[in-house]
Design a protein around this ligand. Structure first.
Ligand code: SF4
Length: 352
């Protein structure tokens, strides 16, 4: 069953590189902008969101658009939404070929409650649930960047408890999500060695890496100075690429390819490949606004104005204009996992 869903996802990914898809297979969805962190790199925690999509509205959206194979849930802190399990369940019930759901956490919400929700999601029979534990440094650096004393220790606790859960659920996967900014550039190796004291079996494959980004439509952080030195960031990424061990499986292979391209993006600031925004994928915020990607402030519509279906919006003039810009190589340069994975997955040559 899982293999079948994985094959369907792979086929869609390959097809998306050969032709335009009639509908997307990947959804990146910010389910809420509420956040209990105080990050130096992001202003989402300062937002007091109003009128976010209700569970009923999300259920309607999931029913009207029942073709997602890959859902990347994001926030804010997604686990601050008490109905997160119902949200995942709604997509699972409607998108019959749903293969993977990914969710990040800052580890600041009550762990008993978060772990219970994760277990409930795993029990739905979802083939793959991937949890990203955000971690930007050793104890001192992480707590400084995240603005919450004790956050590092909570990340370690979350990691250990996910390890315990993994013994009972083979469909659970988890990694640390490390975001490089000017606050932690050049510090990866030190951080890795420090964390190894707390987690002796830690490996480089346990890390997913992003470069801190500026975006007004998402992070709301264009007033912040977070960017580091290109060369220093590129060296951190190369350090990880050189030390990752080979793992068989599509996701680890794509992750390695993603990191290699991230290294080139760090060095040049140029987009390594054209994205698949509004073809294979889309970003939807917690108010129902639809964008080509998490980093591109180019709204094409709102699901509340389209009876919760993407249908007509998907082919409106704004959407066509975005596709034209992507084709012409005029989209804003960014290389985030939210967008990169589907680009890489559909391009076998890029994985070699
Ligand atoms: S980076 Fe994540 S945890 Fe930090 S403020 Fe932004 S949404 Fe919250």
């Amino acid at each position: 069953m899982s293999l079948g869903k994985f094959m369907k996802l792979s086929l869609n990914a390959v097809k998306s590189n050969l032709m335009s898809l009639d509908r997307p297979y990947k959804l990146t969805f910010s389910i809420s902008y509420w956040c209990n962190s105080r990050c130096l790199t992001c202003n989402i925690w300062q937002i007091r969101p109003k009128n976010e999509l209700t569970l009923e509205e999300i259920r309607r959206f999931a029913k009207e658009n029942n073709y997602f194979k890959w859902i990347e849930i994001t926030g804010g802190e997604p686990f601050m939404r008490s109905d997160i399990v119902d949200i995942v369940q709604a997509f699972k019930e409607n998108s019959k070929d749903l293969y993977i759901v990914t969710i990040p956490t800052n580890s600041l919400t009550n762990h008993d409650m978060v772990l219970k929700k994760i277990e409930e999601m795993l029990s739905t029979g979802l083939p793959r649930l991937s949890i990203t534990v955000s971690l930007d440094g050793n104890r001192e650096t992480h707590d400084k960047i995240r603005g919450v004393p004790g956050n590092y220790d909570r990340c370690m606790d979350m990691w250990r408890r996910l390890g315990e859960l993994k013994k009972r659920y083979s469909n659970l996967f988890f990694v640390f999500g490390y975001t490089i900014s000017r606050y932690n550039q050049g510090m990866f190796e030190q951080m890795f060695n420090d964390i190894k004291k707390d987690i002796p079996d830690l490996t480089y494959n346990d890390f997913h890496i992003n470069i801190g980004q500026i975006s007004d439509s998402y992070y709301n952080n264009s007033n912040l100075d977070i960017k580091g030195e290109r060369e220093t960031i590129a060296n951190d990424i190369k350090h990880v690429v050189d030390r990752r061990r080979f793992e068989l499986g599509a996701i680890p292979i794509i992750e390695t390819a993603y990191l290699k391209k991230l290294h080139s993006y760090a060095k040049t600031g140029e987009m390594p490949m054209k994205s698949r925004g509004l073809d294979a994928s889309l970003f939807m915020d917690s108010y129902g606004n639809v964008y080509p990607s998490i980093m591109w402030d180019r709204k094409i519509g709102n699901i509340r104005d389209s009876n919760y279906g993407l249908g007509q919006m998907w082919h409106n003039s704004d959407a066509e204009e975005v596709r034209k810009l992507i084709k012409e190589g005029k989209e804003p340069a960014s290389w985030t996992a939210c967008e990169a994975y589907q680009t890489l997955a559909g391009n076998v040559a890029s994985l070699l």
